[in-house]
Design a protein around this ligand. Structure first.
Ligand code: C6P
Length: 424
């Protein structure tokens, strides 16, 4: 029996050492205990955002009930308490991703903001006209558009490493694209649209051999697999709390200390300064230099409770459980005539993108919703990737550790009903 007590709430997470007690876990997620369209909710849109355990909801409520105040500013008791709770989460995040120092953890709004921060600070510090930024076909728009904007602003050139038909980055092609003008590689750890887990350590090693810095978009990796930024040796790593069972509106940028320290500030305002006069401003130290204005204090505190919760369940056990769910989903869905899975990489996280012959993905999603099953349909903010497969959209089921084999079976039954409705 693993028992862990969140320090921000009373919730106990109990899991059996032999088996993964998914029913006990599901009881910790109040939102899952409902019916939608008269059917038990089957929530399979976890890549878009995850549901929150009661410990997270309680931590946010407790903060507003007892400790709410602005941070880093007041000498009064509530401000001291709120500041301590907020900074404690920074240390939790450092430990969660294996960073060296709390100064390397910057709290932002989202993964999107983290990528934009690097584009606008690191990008503008080093990029000259004709320099190159290398991304991959797998990227989410958040890891494409900020680089396109930087290219427009600086005259740099965006290069794209191709993928094979399984949805895997072709490493030899990637390596060939690294040239003397490459200033940064920005690449995803896990594809949101296909579930591909990229060989991120190898990608980083290859870039570093050419002395090129690497930003990793970890938005879809942190919920499914242990991440150790020191072991990866990445230069930047970005992710969002809301995909990790924490609140929306909180993102993290990890950056190596010396690298972050050498960057200019991103936004100006309160908190990011040491002193201001009309003649000039002295900027604050890391990480506050990048945290202008009042942050999402309650959100960060809720995020801390989410990390406690995940640690109590155990990331290795989560990964093993989800592997079984993914295998079951892959086998079950691919056995349905007319269903084609898009993204068949050898290494995958728990995402299954699929198309149903002769049925638009939006119709698939709408009929599944009538059955209480939530999937995402569309281009998943990865339009160039869809184009690579000659598609405009897929339906996507994305699993978390509270999903069950029975829910996978309900999805498969739902898809069979879709096919019946459309006369398959
Ligand atoms: N993907 C999905 O349904 P934000 O919105 O900033 O928290 O995360 C952006 C983002 C960046 N990278 C990857 C790989 C992502 O998957 C996402 C968000 C969601 O797939 C919403 S589009």
């Amino acid at each position: 029996m693993i028992t862990a007590k969140s320090d921000s709430a009373d919730t106990l997470v109990r899991t059996d050492a032999q088996s993964f007690d998914v029913e006990a876990i599901r009881r910790d997620f109040p939102i899952l205990q409902q019916t939608v369209n008269g059917k038990p909710l089957v929530y399979l849109d976890n890549a878009a955002t995850t549901q929150k355990p009661r410990a997270v909801i309680d931590a946010i409520t407790d903060h507003y009930l007892k400790d709410n105040a602005n941070i880093h500013r007041g000498v009064h008791e509530l401000s001291v308490r709120a500041t301590a709770a907020y900074e404690k989460v920074r240390a939790k995040v450092r430990d969660f991703i294996g960073a060296d120092r709390v100064e390397e953890i910057v709290f932002l709004r989202s993964t999107t903001e983290a990528v934009n921060l690097v584009a606008q600070t690191y990008g503008h510090s080093v990029i000259q006209p004709g320099d190159e930024i290398l991304i991959s076909t797998l990227e989410h728009h958040s890891n494409i558009v900020p680089w396109q904007m930087l290219c427009e602003q600086t005259g740099a050139v965006l290069k794209v490493a191709p993928i094979n038909d399984a949805g895997e980055i072709i490493l030899e092609e990637y390596e060939k694209l690294l040239g003397p003008r490459t200033m940064l590689v920005a690449v995803t750890h896990v594809s949101n649209a296909l579930g591909t887990i990229t060989p991120i350590k190898e990608i980083i090693d290859i870039a570093h051999r050419s002395e090129v810095r690497v930003l990793v978009d970890g938005a879809q990796a942190v919920p499914h697999t242990p991440v150790d930024v020191r072991d990866l040796d990445c230069d930047f790593y970005a992710f969002s709390s809301h995909k990790l069972f924490g609140p929306t509106g909180v993102g993290v940028l990890y950056g190596k200390y010396d690298l972050l320290n050498g960057l200019p500030p991103y936004q100006g305002g309160g908190e990011m300064i040491l002193s201001v006069s009309f003649d000039g401003t002295t900027y604050n130290e890391l990480p506050f230099k990048f945290e202008a204005g009042t942050p999402n204090i309650a959100g960060v505190i809720g995020f801390g409770a989410a990390i406690d919760y995940i640690n109590a369940v155990g990331m290795e056990r989560i990964a093993a459980y989800e592997r079984d769910i993914l295998d079951h989903a892959t086998q079950t869905l691919s056995a349905i005539p007319g269903v084609r899975i898009i993204g068949t990489a050898t290494e995958k996280a728990s995402v299954v993108s699929f198309v149903v012959e002769g049925v638009h993905p939006h119709d698939v999603g709408t009929i599944l919703d009538q059955l209480g099953i939530a999937v995402r349909t569309g281009h998943h903010c990865a339009q160039p990737l869809m184009e690579r497969f000659g598609l405009t959209a897929t339906a996507r089921a994305s699993f978390a550790f509270y999903n069950t084999r029975d829910e996978v079976d309900a999805l498969a039954d739902g898809i069979r009903q879709v096919i019946e409705v459309f006369g398959g």
